[in-house]
Design a protein. Structure first.
Length: 197
């Protein structure tokens, strides 16, 4: 987390640091992102950055948290819907797409976070996965209790499929979100691949 000295900065300078960091982390995964470029783009000395953050990882996680706070403000509405799990998923993906359109750089920061192979991020990636699993688990549990989802399924297996499909879908939002394709994807999640009468 940022040091108090960062919050003591005037709002304009603080925002310049955030904007430069968002641009760099949207373009590059953590391991390739350059702290030097960030300080050059916001016009401060590199040594000054260490007065505000412990290191690049500290700055990076602050920016990732900002991205997810913004995204959560969009998608949390899906989980308060009256409807079944498939209506909730449909709204979740629609709101995720809306977020990607409204905040393309923050969307890319979030995507790059999940794509990172840095050992320094492994604990944070696992924490993020568990947080998303908790959100989904509640909705899944209710759907199983109501008989909407097969209660014999292992919730871990269901989450694995949901997470993999959702990540792939969200990763490709920059290509556009065809509502028909989204419905077809959710149809596969709902009914599987077996032939239907």
């Amino acid at each position: 987390m940022p040091k108090q000295t960062f919050f003591n900065l005037e709002a304009e300078k603080r925002q310049a640091i955030i904007d430069a960091a968002v641009r760099e982390f949207a373009e590059h995964p953590f391991e390739q992102a350059s702290l030097t470029k960030i300080v050059e783009n916001c016009g401060i000395a590199k040594g000054s950055m260490y007065q505000y953050f412990d290191d690049k990882l500290d700055l990076y996680m602050y920016i990732v948290d900002l991205a997810y706070e913004q995204k959560k403000a969009y998608v949390s509405r899906a989980f308060s819907l009256e409807g079944d799990i498939f209506q909730i998923l449909n709204e979740y993906y629609r709101l995720s797409y809306e977020f990607a359109l409204d905040h393309p750089l923050l969307h890319q920061v979030a995507n790059k976070f999940w794509d990172s192979r840095s050992a320094a991020l492994s604990a944070e990636l696992e924490k993020g996965r568990l947080s998303r699993a908790r959100d989904f688990a509640q909705v899944l549990h209710e759907a199983m209790e109501e008989g909407i989802v097969n209660s014999d399924l292992d919730p871990e297996a269901v989450f694995f499929v949901y997470h993999a499909v959702g990540k792939e879908l969200i990763d490709h939002f920059h290509q556009g979100c065809d509502d028909r394709l989204l419905q077809q994807i959710l149809d596969v999640l709902k009914y599987g691949l077996a032939a239907r009468n």
